[in-house]
Design a protein. Sequence first.
Length: 251
Amino acid sequence: MHNLVIDIGNTNSKIAVFKQRELIHFESVQQLDRRRIAEITEEFEISHSAMSSVGEAHAEVVAFLKENTNYTAFSTRINTGVNNHYKSISTLGLDRWAKVIAAHRFYPGEDCFMIDAGTCITYDLLNGQSEYFGGSISLGFKMRFQALHHYTGRLPLVKWENEQKEIPLGSDTNNAILNGVLQGVVNEVKGFISDQYNKNNSVRIVITGGDASFLMEQLKNCDFASRMIHEPYLVLKGLNEVIAFEYVQKN
């Protein structure tokens, strides 16, 4: 049984194929294309599928998956064993919920603090009793650069690529913006993690998202560094767990 899972984010769409729990194919695209999904479905003989989207799901792709695979309509109502105490479950992001499901499967009995560094930065804790109460949502790196440019009269829009691992000194305006945004995010993330680590120094810290590798580099010398894991496919793994759960429930 090959599963196709799709995570549609604010910037890119991530597509993965799993053979049971083994990831055998991954690609990231700016535009989700029905024809490409059809090619993957045929190439890997996809039997089951699921999709998460931060916005409206692509109707054409959903229709294709429903017609050609056993499609699971993912929602926050699907629960694989987490005690969900989030008060506005209808507004809980599907990507956040998929990460919680993945943490429940892969880190059972542990406090798991998840940080997703993407368009937004989200912080979510699943405790060792499989209880989820929510988390925090903050601005991502590029959103902060855009805000400085948009809400001021003279500050330029600074471009930053996350392959750049060094935080420059603020020796001119461009570098001052780079320093302020990059160091500001690092300090924010460090503060969130420290709050959790001071409560429980065995907490598992799972960092995902497009800017995760930059954060891993910046935080590698912190006291909690040994508890950090870079898991780029956390949302996709959660979606795959949903397919496995739904399959068991129906058979």
